[in-house]
Design a protein around this ligand. Structure first.
Ligand code: A3P
Length: 285
């Protein structure tokens, strides 16, 4: 186990922003409110994107929050060491991020009316994005070669645990009224339509002008310019964006530029085996 990591309930977390205490607080100490709104993602699935969109929906398209507050303060991670202080006293509705699997949230969360936006991404693109991210962030373990990283990813021997376990832990909630399942690809292909869907889910009447403002601000190249969202505040010793930008490519299907056909076949067969029996209609193509 690398000294950069913390092992908690069989899952590896980067220990510069997580502690046993913060993870315990996320489940046992945090008081969920019915009007909380959670962004739930497995890392590298579009978390930062949602952290741009959600505050803009709640500000009715006023850009002030996304232009003045860093994403990690705007929509804080529940499980981070800073989660408690950033969230406990915050007025409702609180916008909250989590990478945790479903069972790691407070018991009351499961019976509350808190809303959940689950954002999923093709796991092969998640893997590629994570590989580059691990390579540029000095506080994350070394990814090894791409071939090695594929194995680690398939075994769940990566930060935040297995992608498969994450999806499987959240998918059963998909039919609840307080849950919406979105994909990175649909947001990429139809940002405006997805924003309307999201607004309806959140009970927000968004005018077409507001939709336009949000769609524009959350466009990849515009977000890349936003200092409050592109992690350019983080010193180069921690995140070397010369190696790879945090907002790197922002496309679907980049895995095709990385996987050999043998690696792809291998991934597909493990995917089929791990997802067997789950009525999960999404792709990994
Ligand atoms: P890539 O590395 O494939 O470019 P997270 O925020 O969960 O860590 O996810 C990061 C990934 O989401 C990165 O993927 C990043 O570029 C992508 N992303 C962030 N904002 C985006 C946007 N506005 N449009 C498309 N992709 C975006």
């Amino acid at each position: 186990m690398s000294e950069l990591n913390l092992m908690y309930e069989g899952i590896k977390f980067p220990n510069h922003i997580h502690s046993e205490e913060s993870l315990r607080y996320a489940r046992d100490g945090f008081q969920v409110r019915d009007d909380d709104v959670f962004i739930v993602t497995y890392p590298k699935s579009g978390t930062t994107w949602m952290q741009e969109i959600l505050p803009l929906i709640y500000s009715n398209g006023d850009l002030t929050p996304v232009q003045t507050i860093p994403n990690w303060q705007r929509v804080p991670w529940l499980e981070h060491i800073s989660g408690k202080s950033l969230l406990e006293e915050r007025p409702s509705p609180r916008l909250i991020t989590t990478h945790l699997q479903n069972h790691m949230l407070p018991k009351i969360f499961h019976t509350s009316k808190a809303k959940v936006i689950y954002m999923a991404r093709n796991p092969k693109d998640v893997l590629v994005s994570a590989f580059h991210y691990y390579g540029m962030a000095s506080f994350l373990e070394d990814p090894g070669t791409f071939e090695e990283f594929i194995e680690k990813f398939l075994e769940g021997n990566v930060l935040f645990g297995s992608w498969f376990d994450h999806i499987k832990s959240w998918w059963p909630a998909k039919d609840q009224d307080n849950f919406i399942f979105l994909t990175y690809k649909e947001l990429l292909q139809d940002r405006r339509g997805t924003l309307v869907k999201l607004g309806d889910f959140l009970g927000k009447q968004l005018s077409s002008d507001t939709i336009e403002i949000i769609a524009n601000q959350s466009e990849f190249n515009n977000m890349k310019q936003n200092k409050m969202s592109n992690y350019s505040f983080v010193p180069e010793e921690l995140m070397d964006q010369k190696k790879s930008n945090f907002l790197r490519k922002g496309i679907a299907g980049d895995w095709k530029n990385h996987f050999t056909s043998a690696q792809n076949e291998h991934f597909n067969s493990v995917y089929a085996q791990k997802m067997k029996g789950l009525d999960f209609p999404y792709y990994n193509d």
